[in-house]
Design a protein around this ligand. Structure first.
Ligand SMILES: [Zn+2]
Length: 231
């Protein structure tokens, strides 16, 4: 049976969209891996997320998404990055550890020891830092992984279907049926999907997507969380 793994990036800030998406996927009982930015959390937001997750523990997990989600690129550099490139192992390790401690404190067992780098920017140094913190799973796009190269110590999970696309610097939601078509066409046994909530233009489109995804369970697909794959 083909497995689908869904992640929602950039959770933990004060946008309403992430919480709306969380709510719709949780109530439909579609498992989603929530990528939380540790430094964005306030006590209230962390409590709110934890409450939602604890009501549906089989359908949610928390994964670390960077630390502050700030970019260290210099003017003129095109690619944004929080990890990789010019940052030292000590800097990356300190950031990943600080973030991990915040998430452990708030979410305890709901935290899965995996990592997604902001802007999917990571290097072999990042992998070393992750390993030192005790994280050995990295979620990333095929494109960013091709730049990274192989590492035997960190497992990677590929996410190659995106629910939005960038046009002239703006992120636009794709029609839900296009995403379903991509899933049906995929030849992989484990299909990774990235949801973006912040640029949400239409709530209806998201509900539509969530209910079409739910239908896939009747067509030979099943949903998984990262913690179900490796633990
Ligand atoms: Zn991000």
């Amino acid at each position: 049976m083909k497995k689908i793994i869904i992640r929602l990036d950039d959770v933990g800030g004060n946008d309403w969209q992430s919480y709306m998406v969380m709510n719709s996927f949780l109530t439909l009982k579609i498992p989603v891996s929530y990528q939380v930015v540790p430094d964005w959390l306030t006590y209230e937001r962390a409590e709110h997320i934890k409450k939602m997750v604890s009501e549906y523990p089989e359908y949610a997990e928390i994964v670390q998404h960077g630390y502050k989600h700030v970019s260290y690129h210099r003017t003129g550099q095109q690619k944004k990055f929080e990890f990789g490139f010019s940052r030292s192992l000590a800097e990356e390790y300190n950031d990943i550890l600080s973030g991990n401690l915040i998430l452990r404190k708030y979410f305890g067992d709901y935290l899965t020891m995996a990592f997604t780098a902001p802007w999917e920017a990571q290097s072999q140094t990042t992998l070393q830092a992750l390993k030192l913190v005790g994280i050995n799973i990295l979620l990333a796009s095929p494109m960013s992984l091709s730049l990274l190269g192989y590492s035997p110590e960190v497992r990677t999970i590929l996410f190659d279907i995106d629910t939005s696309r960038k046009i002239d610097g703006f992120r636009l939601q794709r029609p839900p049926q296009d995403i379903i078509n991509d899933i049906n066409k995929s030849t992989k046994d484990l299909i990774g999907i990235v949801l973006h909530a912040k640029e949400l233009e239409s709530v209806d489109l998201f509900y539509d997507l969530a209910s079409r995804l739910k239908q896939l369970e009747k067509n030979g697909f099943s949903f998984a969380l990262i913690k179900n794959l490796f633990y």
